[in-house]
Design a protein around this ligand. Structure first.
Ligand SMILES: Cc1cc2nc3c(=O)[nH]c(=O)nc-3n(C[C@H](O)[C@H](O)[C@H](O)COP(=O)(O)OP(=O)(O)OC[C@H]3O[C@@H](n4cnc5c(N)ncnc54)[C@H](O)[C@@H]3O)c2cc1C
Length: 180
């Protein structure tokens, strides 16, 4: 939804076909899919196991790598959103000013042009502001950061499960190092 809102704004701003804008939208989609699928959220469930209690337990390392990504990626997506939407995200006029007899026509003329999408643009900008800076940033940024444990908690779990010995054995075998 946030990617779609950003695509809508760059379209209204007339820059949707600019190469770095298209690339940043692609980057946002790539980041989103990195959390959802690319061997993490889905894989940790797929490689989970059933415990004696019948509880389904996810694969711990993948789940913690996924959660660590979740503490980073939404912030990067929010950064790209704010890059692409421009400062108007926070400097836009309130809707009421558009109706003001003196100021309204000037805002229409100099800020929005003639595309007739003034109100839509304000609505979509407000949506992206709300998610990346406003009340919904609680759920989009802070909860991913701290909910289910702050970033260091995942690193502790990754350290516990990363099994350096097995990795060392692989290296020894390939490099033909004599085991000690
Ligand atoms: C929006 C939101 C929703 C949440 N939802 C839930 C929920 O549904 N269920 C639930 O159980 N909890 C929930 N939480 C709580 C969440 O689990 C905690 O916020 C999280 O464990 C971090 O604890 P804290 O907020 O007290 O931060 P702190 O523990 O104060 O962490 C702040 C910083 O200090 C570091 N730190 C803290 N203690 C140490 C230490 N001993 N040594 C070294 N570094 C340390 C941390 O790594 C972090 O960098 C939610 C939190 C938020 C913000």
């Amino acid at each position: 939804m946030l990617i779609g809102a950003t695509a809508q704004i760059v379209d209204l701003n007339g820059v949707a076909k600019v190469s770095h804008i298209k690339d940043k939208l692609i980057e946002m989609a790539h980041l989103k899919e990195t959390i959802r699928s690319s061997s993490l959220a889905l894989a940790s469930a797929y490689e989970g196991r059933e415990m004696k209690s019948d509880v389904q337990m996810i694969e711990s390392i993948q789940a913690n790598v996924c959660k660590q990504n979740v503490t980073r990626i939404p912030y990067e997506i929010a950064r790209l959103v704010q890059d692409l939407t421009g400062g108007l995200l926070v400097t836009m006029s309130p809707e009421l000013e558009l109706e003001h007899s003196d100021v309204g026509p000037l805002i229409h003329k100099f800020l929005f042009g003639n595309d007739g999408a003034d109100i839509d643009r304000i609505k979509v900008l407000r949506l992206t502001k709300n998610i990346t800076l406003g009340l919904n940033a609680v759920g989009y940024l802070t909860e991913p950061m701290h909910g289910a444990g702050s970033p260091q908690a995942q690193r502790i779990q990754i350290a516990r499960g990363m099994d350096l010995n097995t990795k060392r054995i692989y290296a020894h075998k390939i490099a033909r190092v004599t085991e000690t």
